[in-house]
Design a binder for this molecule. Structure first.
Ligand code: ATP
Ligand code: MG
Length: 570
């Protein structure tokens, strides 16, 4: 490819509407252009990296025995009504009518369509295991599309669906996908973790998310310093603490705390650490108030709470409910004397003589103690892990915390969709049985953005070779000089013939300008061809990542680039 004939509209200034680095750099490097909120044109440089990720995904899916198909973007409402998601999915599902007033949606995911296909075509146990996948544009009418390709409304996803005769067979399909995902993100050159994830509203039994580690990540994840345990903070387990040693219970004491409502305010006012206070939170779960206690220095995990209560709707109680339950204004709630059910995090089990709200305006209680002063219906793991917590799985490990970008998600679905859509098969005895399913997604376009979040510097993107739009750029310092043009062309031809993806910067621009573009676009290897070095038969090879520059003969440079590319793609 000759740069002068290509389409790479780079921009010097940082676009003001781009908050995260990948969005800024993809715009500046001429990889994408916005058409509407969360909807982008993929320009050549962007598309090339996307295709690289797609190809790695395709190779690994095929290797794992999955079979590629392509399903429609437009899906009939009936299937979604059958699964119950037409109502449930909410506004992310973009719905519309055709000229005959029939209802449709744009596919945000394809469980319904693929299950419909399979229930029609798969009749016998002999036809399974079956794993069907596609790489396709999805549409989700995200409430807050942002960060460029990271959270688009239209984006590219690889989605796969496995069909098995029973739960054990489905587990095997899941493991295969899990391993394939590890290989995919390793091959992309990403620093990632596979973490246990909450199965949330989809139900299911087991789920892992693949997280690219990056400061800008929307997810908090934790991993053990010793063993393999890693989880999304939403799901990460906390090792229960032993109940408190019998410190002498002191007499309950009312203290005035005028206008002091938050943990911070009360702790400062009473000169006690946050850990000597119990946070008393009031929720409404499916219409019923419930009181939840957590040690003052910890954060409640609402997902754990929701899973424990098994409710569909959980929200912080509005002020009116708090006032009703406690008989006091907001900010003075405590467990003593309340008439509603109280559940507490394990951390509260370890507390003695602590401080809580007094259920009276401007009053807190000191020396509160379990049993003597109030009863807890149930203790459970309800708080977020914090760095340094003991690992729930091994004896030595401590938890470490990271930010992550979710690029992939594998999920055991069980029979949720097959039951709703009646996808059954006949077993060896001719008995009708329900199919077990799994679903597996990779955000292809998000993966490209996530890679940039992890690989950049002040000058631009630093692509890992496997998903770089080009492996090498040949920068001709002055292409108008005969010798430079000839040598550059020869190097370009040789590299291309050796299977290196190479772009030749033959533009009539100053060297500094060309180097800036090359750094911005982030091509891993650059060969600089200039008249002075060429007179001695030499060119420069610059490594984008390390900044290292080597002066080599033309042949050496070509051989080295080739070797580096081959090694990176192995
Ligand atoms: P998120 O929590 O980020 O919204 P999700 O749980 O809704 O993701 P899935 O339904 O599991 O995502 O979709 C599979 C994959 O598709 C995700 O792992 C992610 O990489 C990608 N993805 C999901 N939503 C978007 C989006 N709006 N833009 C780009 N990629 C997305
Ligand atoms: Mg989502």
């Amino acid at each position: 490819m000759r740069y002068s004939q290509y389409f790479v509209p780079t921009v010097k200034e940082t676009p003001s509407d781009a908050e995260v680095i990948s969005h800024q750099l993809m715009l500046r490097a001429g990889m994408i252009r916005k058409l509407a909120a969360g909807v982008y044109n993929y320009l050549p440089m962007g598309l090339r990296s996307i295709r690289k990720v797609e190809n790695i995904v395709r190779e690994e899916m095929n290797r794992a025995g999955a079979i590629e198909i392509l399903m429609p973007t437009v899906q009939p409402a009936e299937l979604w009504q059958e699964s119950g998601r037409w109502e449930f999915y909410g506004k992310e599902l973009l719905r519309f009518k055709d000229r005959k007033e029939a209802e449709f949606c744009l596919g945000p995911t394809h469980e319904e369509v693929v299950t419909d296909l399979v229930r029609r075509e798969v009749k016998s146990y002999r036809q399974m295991p079956l794993n069907l996948y596609q790489i396709q544009g999805k549409f989700r009418d995200e409430i807050r599309p942002r960060f460029g390709l990271m959270r688009g409304r239209e984006f590219i996803m690889k989605d796969a669906y496995s069909f098995d005769v029973d739960s054990a067979a489905a587990d095997l399909s899941y493991d295969k996908m899990y391993q394939a995902y590890r290989r995919i993100f390793e091959r992309c050159g990403l620093n990632f973790r596979a973490v246990e994830a909450d199965t949330g509203s989809i139900g299911g039994t087991s789920s892992h998310e693949f997280m690219v580690l990056a400061e800008s990540g929307e997810d908090a994840i934790v991993s053990c310093s010793c063993c393999q345990y890693a989880a999304n903070i939403e799901k990460a387990e906390v090792r229960p603490v032993a109940p408190a040693e019998h410190a002498e219970p002191r007499p309950l004491e009312k203290v005035a705390t005028p206008e002091k409502r938050t943990i911070e305010e009360v702790a400062a006012f009473l000169h006690v650490p946050h850990s000597s206070m119990a946070k008393c939170l009031i929720f409404v779960a499916d219409g019923e108030p419930v009181v939840v206690l957590v040690r003052g220095d910890y954060e409640l995990n609402e997902i754990k709470l929701k899973n424990l209560l098994g409710c569909t709707e959980l929200e912080m109680a509005p002020d009116s409910v708090v006032e009703n339950v406690t008989g006091a204004p907001v900010g003075f709630a405590g467990p003593v004397g309340l008439k509603v059910r109280i559940i507490a995090d394990f951390s509260v089990q370890g507390m003695k003589n602590f401080v809580t709200g007094g259920n009276e305006k401007d009053i807190h209680l000191k020396n509160v103690n379990l049993e003597r002063d109030f009863r807890v219906e149930r203790f459970a793991d309800l708080r977020n892990v914090v760095p340094g917590d003991a690992c729930p799985r091994c004896e030595e490990g401590r938890m470490e915390m990271w930010r992550g970008i979710e690029v992939g998600h594998v999920f055991k679905l069980g029979t949720k969709y097959s039951e709703a859509l009646k996808a059954t098969y006949l077993d060896a005895e001719g008995k009708e049985r329900i199919i077990f399913m799994g679903c597996y997604g990779i955000g292809v376009s998000r993966t490209v953005a996530a890679c940039i979040e992890q690989n950049y510097d002040g000058n631009g993107i630093i692509w890992p070779i496997p998903i770089a739009p080009f492996h090498c750029i040949v920068s001709a310092l002055n292409y108008k000089e005969e010798a430079v043009a000839q040598a550059s062309d020869a190097i370009y031809e040789e590299l291309a013939a050796a299977g290196v993806e190479v772009i030749l910067d033959d533009r009539d621009e100053r060297p500094g300008f060309k180097f800036k573009d090359a750094d911005l676009i982030g091509i891993p290897l650059r060969i600089v061809v200039g008249a002075k070095n060429l007179a001695e038969g030499k060119v420069e090879l610059k490594h984008r990542k390390s900044g290292e520059v080597e002066l080599l003969s033309v042949n050496e440079a070509v051989a080295k680039v080739r070797a580096l590319v081959v090694a990176a793609l192995k």
